[in-house]
Design a protein around this ligand. Structure first.
Ligand SMILES: NC(=O)c1ccc[n+]([C@@H]2O[C@H](COP(=O)([O-])OP(=O)(O)OC[C@H]3O[C@@H](n4cnc5c(N)ncnc54)[C@H](O)[C@@H]3O)[C@@H](O)[C@H]2O)c1
Length: 482
């Protein structure tokens, strides 16, 4: 073949992504390649080693915590966890020592002893190896979530990781396999499952108030562009902006998905079966990069990079024939929304756009009717800790409810509300949506991380039975637990 003809064919092949599909030709599938998908089938076939759903680990009287990643999220976690009795924050780690020092100051302010300090790129390994830690809590950039959680579990610690739990199908199976082998919990810290309206709708769905749930929607729509992703002072080393380059799908599915997955009893009676996903082009991020680079050379490396499409929409069908829509957009100007819609044969609830609403017919209920439902269907956890959580804060209190519940379960030897299968099946939308987008929205099967156990696993326990023994340091003396 002549060199000219070979070059012509190569040019056509390289450009074919654009010509044939309109998709940018960078659209490679990183976390769910054919090899990942083949290995996933093998993992499923190999069968479950041990069922971590409903697993009660031995009680831990005082939960000794090591926290890795002390940026915006981690430094807040240090303060929140310091309010909880039966907790000792014994180790702190960040790549940058000054961040560890700042969190030591928080401990001091909270009347807590100084923690052992770890720093540097690999300081987290020494923390995980330390013998006096029960729980490794990890609010780091995404690429470290799975490596840290796996290493922590292998070193005998329970793992709590920020969202998403992993970035590739291989990583998510590694979490499942390690949790099953070590019998250590691996909880993804999906705080939105503990927001007040989400807990209300979970209880109402469980009580059959919406009839049979048919369809649900969730999202992460939050303009992070100028103030966050393109802000030199926000995410460490610009890690989150870099995640938006070279990946094209839903990068952050779990805030919208977690709460509705719980309403639908996913992994506990139903399961995500397959998805299709579609992304727009990028109409803003490269423009921002150009604008900033014109004034500041720092941003030059971010110009003309393969940014993900602004809006990604993914549709999932469950084994029991329900549908779920999940959206992701962090780069256009519109008000924040996680949607949180559940819709059934007898009613529906929707949180965003506000106000939060419930309907059992053609019209939304009046505010006073909604208030009555809020009182009637408030879950025990909300009655017990809700008022205190609002005082401590963290996204309006949901972060503190989550932390308190995690610690209370560990202290009382109760199963966690979110297990490793939830972490994997909610996070897998990240790589799988990318795979579908790259293949002109073709159908992609969603792995069964429970390897069949979803058919008999029990729904999440909504009582506080066997627990609620963990106190909170006084916020306002008149605020009492119920
Ligand atoms: N659940 C929520 O509502 C919520 C909200 C914000 C962020 N998050 C999640 O929390 C995590 C952290 O986000 P953030 O906003 O705090 O980002 P951040 O950049 O402010 O913090 C990340 C921290 O990790 C540190 N780090 C990086 N590499 C490290 C290493 N090798 N060893 C130890 N530390 C290292 C950084 O120095 C930084 O301090 C992310 O996973 C994010 O998705 C969750």
């Amino acid at each position: 073949m002549s060199t000219n003809r070979r070059n012509f064919i190569r040019r056509i092949a390289i450009g074919s992504g654009v010509l044939a599909t309109g998709l940018p030709s960078f659209a490679k599938v990183i976390g769910a390649s054919d090899e990942h998908m083949e290995r996933s089938v093998d993992f499923e076939k190999s069968g479950q080693r041990f069922n971590m759903c409903g697993y009660a680990a031995p009680k831990i009287e005082t939960v000794r915590i090591g926290i890795i990643g002390l940026g915006m999220r981690g430094s807040d976690a240090v303060e929140r966890l310091s309010y909880i009795d039966g907790v000792e924050i014994v180790a702190l780690c960040d790549k940058y020592p000054d961040r560890v020092a700042a969190s030591q100051k928080t401990l001091e302010k909270m009347g807590r002893p100084k923690a052992i300090a770890y720093s540097g790129e690999e300081g987290w390994k020494a923390l995980c190896e330390s013998s006096d830690i029960d729980l490794v809590y990890t609010p780091t950039p995404w690429h470290l979530h799975t490596p840290v959680a796996v290493y922590a579990m292998k070193n005998g610690k329970h793992a709590a990781v920020e969202v998403p739990a992993g970035k590739t199908i291989d990583e998510l199976w590694e979490l499942v396999e390690t949790s099953e082998k070590t019998k250590k919990h691996c909880m993804m810290l999906e705080n939105c499952c503990y927001d007040f309206f989400e807990l209300l709708t979970l209880n109402m769905a469980r009580q059959g108030m919406f009839g049979e749930l048919v369809h649900a929607e969730g999202a992460y729509i939050h303009d992070l562009s100028k103030d966050w992703n393109f802000n030199k002072k926000a995410y460490a080393d610009m890690w989150r902006l870099k995640e938006n380059i070279g990946h094209n799908g839903n990068l952050y599915p779990t805030h919208g998905l977690g709460p509705i997955a719980q309403c639908l009893n996913i992994n506990r009676g139903d399961k995500f079966d397959h998805l299709v996903s579609m992304s727009t082009n990028d109409f803003s991020m490269n423009n921002i990069a150009k604008e900033l680079a014109a004034k500041d050379d720092f941003f030059k490396e971010f110009v003309d990079r393969p940014y993900r499409g602004n809006m990604n929409t993914t549709l999932i069908r469950t084994n029991r024939g329900k549908t779920v829509m999940v959206q992701h957009d962090v780069s256009t100007l519109r008000p924040y929304s996680r949607i949180h819609l559940v819709s059934g044969t007898k009613g529906a609830a929707q949180k965003w756009p506000g106000p939060q609403r419930i309907a059992f017919g053609h019209s939304w209920l009046k505010p006073e009717e909604l208030k009555q439902l809020e009182e009637k269907y408030a879950l025990p956890i909300v009655k017990h800790i809700g008022a205190i959580a609002k005082e401590v804060g963290g996204h309006g209190g949901m972060d503190f409810i989550m932390d308190w519940r995690l610690i209370d379960c560990l202290r009382n030897g109760l199963p966690l509300d979110q297990d490793v299968y939830d972490a994997a099946s909610w996070s897998c939308l990240m790589p799988l949506s990318e795979r579908s987008v790259a293949k002109k929205s073709r159908t992609v099967d969603i792995p069964d991380f429970t390897r069949g156990a979803w058919q008999t696993n029990k729904p999440v326990d909504l009582t506080l039975n066997g627990g609620a023994t963990t106190g909170v340091r006084s916020i306002k003396p008149d605020l009492k637990m119920q």
